[in-house]
Every structure is written in C-alpha cells, then in structure tokens.
Design a binder for this molecule. Structure first.
Ligand SMILES: Nc1ncnc2c1ncn2[C@@H]1O[C@H](COP(=O)(O)OP(=O)(O)OP(=O)(O)O)[C@@H](O)[C@H]1O
Ligand SMILES: [Mg+2]
Length: 496
C-alpha cells in the first residue's frame, strides 16, 4: 500500500507538471492552432459521449431553409423559455421588440436552463453558431434540447408540442395590440403599403368602466368567454369560428366604447373597416382575408356607410326630429355611395363566404344608430348573432359613471338624479360630460348639482317639445275635421 505522504507527493508533482504544460501550451501555441486542437478534441468527446451516454440532443436553429428565414419554432421556444429563464437561469438578456409591449427577458448566449415536464428533467441551452456557419448578415444562434433517451417518445410527441403551443400563447399575450385601419386603394398602390396600416391600440375602456345595465354586461362577458373557448365546439357543429355582434342605439350611448372594452377584455386587435374608401366587392374580400385571428373587425355606422338599407318607407309624420335625422342620414349615404361600389351582397359574401377560409377566432361588430333601417339579411342571426341595444343612461349606468368620474358611490342627490333619469332620455356621454370636473375647485357635490340642473333643463325641453307636438296634432286633427265638413257640405250641395 502506498503511504499518504507518497500519494500527496505524486499528486502534487502531477498537478505541477500539468500546470506547467498548460501555461507553456497557452504561451507558445498560436491561437489558431489552439482553437483547431480544442475544436477537434470537443468533436471527439461529443462523438464519444453521444454514442455511449444515454442522452439525446435536438438542435433548433434560429434561421432555417435556403433563404435563411427566421424559424417560427425557434421564436416560440424562446418565448416559452423566457418565462422559465426569468425564474431559473443565472444569465439573462433583455430584449426590446417592436411587437412586444414591454422588455422581454430571455436566456443569454451559452446559458442553460432546466425544465421539468411530467416529472422528466430536460435541459435547454443556447449557443451562437460557429463563425463559418453564419451568413454574412445574420449572427445565427441555436437552441439544444437534451434529455434522457428513456423519455424520447414523450419528449418528441408531447413535450415539444407543449413548448411550441405555450410559446405561441406567450407571444400573443406579450404582443403590442394594434388598431388597424384600411388604406385607400391609391395609398397602398403608390406607397407600397399593405392594405391595412396600424397604430398601437391603447384605448383604456374596460367592462368595469362601461356604464350599462349590469345583467346585460355580465351576459355579454359570458358570451365572449364562451366564444373564445369554443374552438372545438365550433368545429364539432361545423361552423366557422366567428361571431357577429350588432350594437345599436342613439349617439353617445357607448357603442364604440363597448368595442374597445371587448377588445381589451379578450386582448384582441381591432380592424376598423372604413367601407366608404373600399372601391368594390373584390377589394373588400381581400381586406377581410388580410385580417388575422384574435381580432375584432368593426364597421361603424353601417347604415350610413353604404346603401345597405331595405328602403322601407316608415314615415313617422308626427315626429319632425326623426324626419330631419333621416334626411341627414340619406345625404351621408349618397355621398358615401359616390366613392364606393361595395354592395349589400358583396358585404354579405365577404363576411360569410370568407370567414371559413381565413384565420379563426374572429369577431365582427356592426354599429348603427338606426337599427330599423338595416336590411334583415345583414343582421340575421348567424351573421349578427348577438344584438346589443345601447340605451340612454338610467340610474344603474349613472352609478358606474359617478364611480369612474368622481370616485363617488353615494350622495344626497342620488335619489333625485335617479328619478330624473327615468323621466328624460340622456346619453351616458352627456351625463359623463356633466360629471367631469372642469377645474380644481369642482368637487363631487358641484358636479352632481350641475348634472341635476342639466337634467331639469332637459325635462323642461322635453315638456315643451311634447306640448308643441300635442298642439300640432290637435291642429292637424282640426284641419282634417274642417276639411271633412267642407267635403260633406260640397257633397250635399251636389246632391241638392
Ligand atoms: N355606456 C357608456 N359607458 C361609459 N362611457 C360612455 C358610455 N357611453 C358613452 N360614454 C362616454 O361618451 C363618449 C362617447 O361614447 P361612444 O363614442 O362610445 O358613443 P357611441 O354610441 O359610439 O356614439 P355614436 O353613435 O355617435 O358613434 C365616450 O368617450 C365615453 O367617454
Ligand atoms: Mg361610435
């Protein structure tokens, strides 16, 4: 047996010799030769361990194909790993992306992170490609997934799918949402722009701040949730995964606000389709085809956009305001028609025919002030599945507005305001304007008194309007009766 002293002596001499050789090697062997030797050694070691060890390694390069396009799988995996890395990796890299709403922390080069799936440990590592494998303009990276060969089937059949799916979802959540608007034909031809241009969607409206009947609001939220979870259901009943909402009601009742609240609730993009700048039906189809999933396609004031009405002449002779409104609306429509050749059937086809062909999970919303003017074909269930009436402000809606604008939940004036809101029809937009403090001195009391005053004025105006109408009606009736008498007298005169 060797003595302890002898072992120590042997080890220290060996270490000293190794260190001596290492420093000589570093000092006298040129960098290029060293690099070559190290790479060759690594290759042999990799080969040796690859065949003898029980580990499998899968490589996912950043750029693939002949054109070296960015690999989607690589991006999805990096997104997936970013959530794991933030908690587990020692070295992270902060990335700023145009499509992302905030900084993204991800795995740094030459760093590894362990992930556990169904009790199985795997290791992800990120490497930079060797110089000779890089293209001139792109510094390529690759991710490797290493795992025990025993779990080969589970990893290749389940785990990788899981990673890609989660990565996609994370990307969707982190993305900066967009508000798109369609470019006019001239714009996208001359400026080589796409059919849609976009800005970040930042509208702050939410269902919490939306003033409307609470039960109705809950029903809408439930309907939206059911829709987003309905992928398999829609497939089962052989329906394209889309849903149409018709929002109708007087101006200022929150139709546009509701669209923003829906988009924020679902985290969808919004495509605001301006029909009057669409040249014809073919262009409309292409525009709809160019929209992505997880989005709301909106056509506002559908009745004014084009001549999509049934031309039913429902004359309300007694109501002069109604007549004026209809005339203004007709003028608007005629002007729009001059610029566009989109027809009702073109619109119906674009909505229905193409939904099945283009990406899934889409909502289409029409808004209108005059629901009676729309052609029934346009708003039938199946096209516009859910009809939502946005109505004048009543007490329940007022309470939401008071909370939003004044952070106030009770006041002596609430009783009076509730009564007045039952008697007069004012839009939430009008109520909101009264509730908004106009200076630093405006407290809740001042704002609520201002609202009461404006509601009382509205009540007075309403009474005057009704009196005027009543008088007009009575005059008409009187005229009719006089005419009847004159006609009667003439008939009698003829007989005599
Ligand atoms: N139901 C509501 N809840 C909260 N705020 C509302 C509501 N309705 C209107 N408002 C306020 O009034 C403003 C105008 O509302 P909005 O544009 O949504 O009305 P609209 O129904 O789309 O009107 P129009 O028919 O004229 O397009 C909004 O910016 C919002 O501040
Ligand atoms: Mg609107």
């Amino acid at each position: 047996m060797l003595e302890v002293g002898a072992i120590w002596a042997f080890t220290s001499t060996t270490m000293a010799s190794l260190m001596f050789f290492w420093s000589m090697y570093k000092q006298f062997v040129p960098y290029q030769v060293r690099n070559y030797l190290e790479k060759t050694l690594k290759k042999y070691l990799d080969k040796f361990f690859g065949t003898t060890s029980n580990f499998v390694c899968i490589k996912f390069p950043e750029y693939t194909g002949e054109g070296l396009s960015k690999s989607r799988a690589y991006d999805d995996i990096r997104n997936y790993l970013s959530s794991r890395s933030t908690a587990r990796a020692k070295r992270l890299k902060a990335k700023e992306s145009i499509n992302s709403k905030s900084l993204v922390l991800c795995l740094d080069d030459k760093e590894a992170v362990v992930d556990v799936f169904q009790g199985v440990k795997v290791v992800w590592s990120l490497f930079v490609e060797d110089k000779e494998n890089q293209s001139v303009s792109k510094v390529g990276r690759y991710l490797t997934l290493s795992f025990d060969n025993h779990h080969r089937e589970m990893i290749t059949e389940t785990y990788i799918d899981h990673v890609l799916r989660e990565g996609k979802e994370i990307a969707l959540k982190n993305r900066e949402r967009k508000l798109y608007t369609n470019n006019s034909r001239l714009d996208y031809i001359s400026m080589r722009d796409g059919r849609w241009s976009s800005v970040p969607f930042t509208h702050p409206a939410t269902f919490e701040t939306l003033a409307m009947d609470l039960d109705k609001k809950e029903d809408i939220k439930k309907d939206l949730i059911k829709f987003t979870k309905g992928k398999d259901y829609y497939r089962k009943v052989a329906k394209p995964w889309k849903r149409g909402y018709l929002l109708y009601g007087p101006p200022g009742t929150g139709k546009s606000t509701m669209i923003s609240a829906m988009a924020n609730f679902l985290e969808y993009d919004v495509y605001d389709l301006e029909l009057t700048t669409v040249k014809d039906n073919a262009e409309l189809k292409k525009l709809i085809l160019d929209t992505k999933g997880k989005s709301i396609v909106v056509i506002e004031d559908i009745d004014c956009s084009l001549d999509l009405t049934e031309h039913r002449k429902k004359k309300k002779e007694d109501d002069e305001d109604e007549e004026e409104k209809k005339e203004a609306e007709n003028l608007k429509r005629q002007r729009a028609q001059k610029e566009s050749n989109v027809t009702l059937s073109g619109l119906l086809n674009a909505i229905d025919g193409l939904w099945s062909a283009c990406s899934d999970e889409k909502i289409i919303v029409f808004t209108t002030n005059f629901v009676d003017n729309l052609d029934p074909a346009l708003i039938r269930r199946g096209r516009m599945d859910y009809h939502i009436e946005m109505s004048y402000c009543r007490f329940e809606a007022f309470k939401v507005l008071a909370k939003n604008y004044l952070e106030n939940e009770s006041h002596d004036l609430y009783g009076e305001i509730g009564r007045l809101l039952e008697e007069v029809d004012v839009s939430p937009a009008d109520v909101a304007e009264n509730l908004m403090p106009k200076s630093d001195e405006d407290d809740a009391d001042i704002c609520l008194r201002r609202l009461v005053k404006s509601l009382e004025e509205e009540k007075k105006k309403k009474a005057e309007r009704e009196a005027r109408m009543k008088k007009k009606k009575a005059e008409k009736k009187e005229k009719k009766e006089i005419q009847k008498k004159v006609n009667g007298a003439e008939e009698n005169g003829k007989k005599i």
